[in-house]
Write a protein that binds this ligand. Structure first.
Ligand code: NAD
Length: 386
């Protein structure tokens, strides 16, 4: 089959196995070259391990710390005539390298919100791994099925305080347009909290604790985002921001749960990067483009793997937090000089202007395995190849 890059409504519909190999191998190479992790965790569980921040966390812990890793992700396997989803190939490439390096590496493909997957994880930990030293929660999902009631909750990306309009890019024409968003209903707010809030993270930690799967001194991490005032209406004070606040609030309960084993949990507030999850947030492709441009100008640019290397080499081992106990990997993004320049660029944009999205698009292509100069994308490939 000839695999072409297809994107519909900011969502990549196809991916390219050999390109994903390159993406993963670049991350592994970077970690091996920057292997300076003062605390090396032995047994690590990564929930949401196959793309974005979860993938990079797994690369750091596997190939930077030589940890045994168990990952959970929700990906589709390829068949003879159908592509899989990108995280499937990422998992496979990492597995191949882990085997070469003699590392324990297991992945469960299934719904992390379900009791079945949680029980499977407990079973694998007990049988093959021994107690977990680090739990990473990196799920980004549009929906959640409640494990008990089976009710389906769907998250939304909407403002809460008042109607909001934002500049965004029309991906077909590359022209800027204004998009308007109605205030979320109470149900939409509650549903988003159900999907992206702290409930599932707490359920995970509870089941792991109840089954004696957590080691003394265990660390548990979940990822969040705050961002600048510019994006507050759609993010921090919007439905997703309320859910993220709920996730941040869950840390207190998890800390209580882990007290008797000297465990500690953290939220790490990461910077905005190009991922499948961030690409569907209104205005974010524009914001991230400007942010990256300014960060690159100042020599500060970090992608997913650089963020995760900084998290595990500096922020987490030194437990450097803000006054709310959060690790802040968005410290560079939020520097006044960076935000001042991003805001100035944003303020000079007008509806109808052409916007050069090539840098953002290149990164988006890369995370789907496209856009690598030395790959022949016109060649016939087996969808199972990577
Ligand atoms: P992503 O879309 O790249 O990755 C999401 C992961 O979750 C994938 O591994 C996917 O398989 C997994 N997943 C989704 N639903 C699942 C389910 N039901 N069961 C099992 N696995 C499931 O997302 P990302 O951007 O890396 O986001 C990860 C976390 O980082 C999120 O909490 C997000 O809010 C946070 N974060 C992202 C950014 C950003 O700019 N991308 C910034 C700060 C924080």
């Amino acid at each position: 089959m000839i695999v072409k890059e297809k994107i519909f409504r900011n969502i990549g519909l196809t991916c390219f196995g050999k390109g994903l190999r390159k993406y993963c191998e670049n991350e592994i190479k970077y970690v091996k070259e920057n292997n300076n992790f003062p605390i090396k965790y032995k047994n690590v569980l990564i929930i949401g391990c196959s793309t974005g921040y979860g993938l990079s966390s797994r690369v750091v812990t596997s190939f930077g710390m030589n940890a045994n890793t168990l990952g959970v992700s929700f990906e589709r396997e390829p068949s003879e005539n159908k592509l899989g989803t990108l995280g499937y190939y990422n998992n496979k490439v990492l597995e191949e390298h882990a085997k070469k390096d003699n590392l324990y590496f297991e992945t469960i493909n299934g719904d992390a919100f379900s009791n079945e997957v949680k029980n499977k994880v407990v079973d694998i930990i007990k049988r093959y791994m021994g107690k977990i030293d680090l739990v990473i929660y990196s799920i980004a999902s549009p929906k959640r099925i409640d494990p008990i009631t089976k009710e389906v909750y769907v998250s939304s990306l909407k403002p809460v305080l008042k109607k909001h309009s934002t500049l965004d890019i029309n991906q077909k024409t590359n022209k800027l347009e204004i998009k308007e968003f109605e205030i979320a209903t109470d149900k939409e707010i509650n549903d988003t909290v159900k999907v992206m809030g702290g409930e599932d993270f707490k359920l995970w930690m509870q089941i792991l604790k109840d089954n004696d799967c957590l080691n003394n001194n265990v660390r548990a991490l979940a990822y969040s985002y705050i961002g600048p005032k510019l994006t507050y209406p759609i993010y921090r004070t919007g439905t997703i921001g309320i859910a993220k606040q709920d996730l941040e609030n869950s840390i207190k309960d998890i800390d209580n749960l882990l007290k008797d084993i000297d465990g500690k949990s953290y939220v790490s507030v990461n910077k905005a990067i190009v991922t499948r999850a961030s690409s569907v947030i209104p205005g974010f492709s524009l914001y991230i483009s400007l942010l990256n441009k300014v960060e690159k100008k100042h020599g500060f640019f970090e992608d997913s793997i650089k963020q995760m290397v900084r998290l595990f080499s500096a922020k987490l081992p030194n437990e450097i937090t803000d006054q709310n106990g959060r690790l802040r990997l968005d410290d560079i993004e939020m520097l006044p000089i960076i935000q001042k320049e991003v805001t100035e660029l944003w303020d000079n944009l007008n509806e109808g202007d052409y916007f050069d999205l090539s840098d953002y698009n290149k990164q988006y292509s890369n995370i789907h395995g496209f856009g690598y100069d030395d790959i022949d994308y016109l060649k016939d490939v087996d969808p199972r190849d990577y």
